[in-house]
Design a protein around this ligand. Structure first.
Ligand SMILES: OC[C@@H]1[C@@H](O)[C@H](O)[C@@H](O)c2nc(CNc3ccccc3)cn21
Length: 449
């Protein structure tokens, strides 16, 4: 039987995603102020092998040829983030013209190559000067973030059609304040929900500011990891509900519904704050789309000894090279997209990140490097997106994570997610077979799947 031909909507965005600290390098160049990730990566023991973002892919200096590489792949869109500290070195106040000019030149070159920018305002690299003033623990950060957002909106909204306020607030609150494994490295259950709330207030303040000056689209990017109970026992079902509320609903629901899931009281206990209604009103600013970062699912088992969720995830069969063994589970993406369709009124959705790191086979030098596992992963997950579209989900674009191998936060350079291989000694970019596969998918709007 011939395979039914797959076609995506006519104006579907096909892109790759990156973030400033992970690919740019030159973190202090041209007047830029340091971020919490500059400090964190330069603190011994915080990042594997002592890796830092000082050079990484050197995109800050190679951006012109990198944009030309994106064009050669046939991308019609590119998701990247702006380093807050390049634009406002102290986080507020003085604007660093050289920093803003860099991003303006990048946007102009992308547009000249027919590539639509999707710009993230915050992808974890908070200016260190603001962390010194309390960072995400200080309620004033909502105003600081709106001030920064306004500077960028006024300069670029005539050319940038797609804005994102925050990338994955859950990761910042959970990694940076609950478990302390990401910058700024706090481990405190009383801080985590406050950081989470202030992140969402900043999101609301930036959207509110955008409505006064902007004419395009703005949304929020969340990581969604669907939770499946390991058994139908009451304990496992309750643990699964807690895990889903803590990761998947804690940010979407204040943004879309203006309320927090009740299960958070079970997670945070007496650390769970009570917020004024006015805060929730600020957070619930109408947004134009939801960005979903999907990588894997979690099978959840109750574990009363596990902090703070009293649950653990059960490792599955085929998984990627992530330390926590992220399972390859494309059905989870279908389930996630239909869950959003049904639970939140079928909002416009972009898959703003999807990808995998594998221990790619030993690389033989040459024009193309073989990464069959990543090709298989992308094929299955892009097909999952198409399945969700056929079942009525309003999906408008897909961004593969990532364009290049890059700085994988606390894992340093040990994890490679790129469609393009990065030689960190020579900075040579080499396409992997997944890049060629993705190019064909884009050129045929999905038919090459
Ligand atoms: O880990 C791969 C990427 C990372 O490089 C991006 O900067 C970030 O946006 C990103 N988010 C996820 C998924 N969310 C997540 C879940 C658990 C721990 C850490 C991240 C994966 N990734």
């Amino acid at each position: 039987m011939t395979k039914p031909s797959i076609h995506f909507p006519k104006d579907f965005l096909w892109g790759c995603a990156t973030s400033a600290y992970q690919i740019e390098g030159s973190p202090l160049a041209d007047g830029a102020g340091p971020s919490v990730w500059h400090r964190f990566s330069h603190t011994p023991g915080r990042v594997q092998d002592g890796d830092t973002g000082d050079v990484t892919c050197d995109h800050y200096r190679r951006w012109e040829s990198d944009v030309d590489l994106m064009q050669s792949l046939g991308l019609n869109s590119y998701r990247f983030s702006i380093a807050w500290g390049r634009v406002l070195p102290e986080g507020t106040g003085r604007v660093n013209a050289a920093g803003l000019d860099f991003y303006e030149r990048l946007v102009d070159r992308l547009l000249s190559r027919g590539i639509q920018p999707m710009v993230t305002l915050f992808h974890w690299d908070l200016p260190a000067a603001l962390d010194d003033r309390g960072g995400w623990l200080n309620r004033d950060i909502a105003h600081w973030f709106a001030e920064y957002a306004n500077v960028v909106f006024r300069r670029l909204d005539d050319r940038v059609k797609y804005w994102t306020t925050l990338n994955e607030p859950w990761v910042v609150a959970d990694g940076g304040y609950m478990h302390g494994v990401l910058a700024p490295g706090h481990r405190n259950i009383f801080e985590a929900p406050r950081a989470a709330h202030h992140l969402m207030m900043a999101h609301g303040a930036a959207v509110q500011a955008y409505r006064a000056v902007g004419r395009n689209q703005i949304g929020l990017v969340v990581n969604i990891e669907p939770k499946y109970p390991a058994s139908q026992s009451d304990a496992d079902l309750a643990a699964t509900r807690r895990a889903e509320a803590y990761m998947n609903r804690q940010y979407l629901e204040p943004a879309l519904l203006g309320s927090y899931p009740e299960e958070l009281h079970e997670v945070f206990g007496d650390a769970c704050p009570k917020w004024p209604e006015a805060d929730l009103k600020l957070i619930k600013q109408p947004i134009d789309y939801v960005g979903v970062n999907y990588y894997t699912r979690a099978v959840v088992r109750s574990d009363p000894t596990a902090w703070p969720l009293k649950s653990t995830t059960v490792k599955q069969k085929q998984h990627t090279h992530m330390e926590t063994g992220w399972e390859v589970f494309p059905q989870g993406l279908v389930d996630t997209l239909l869950w959003i369709r049904d639970k939140y009124g079928n909002p416009p959705v972009y898959i703003t990140e999807n990808g995998a790191c594998f221990f790619d086979p030993p690389q033989v030098e040459g024009p193309v490097l073989e990464d069959p596992l990543r090709v298989d992963y992308l094929r299955k997950h892009i097909t999952a997106v198409h399945t969700a579209i056929q079942r009525g989900a309003d999906i408008r674009g897909y961004f593969a994570w990532s364009l290049f191998d890059n700085f994988e936060w606390a894992f340093g350079f040990s994890k490679r997610f790129g469609l393009v291989h990065m030689n960190y000694e020579t900075l040579k970019r080499t396409l992997k077979t997944s890049a060629h596969f993705y190019s064909k998918v884009i050129a045929t709007n999905g038919a090459a799947l």
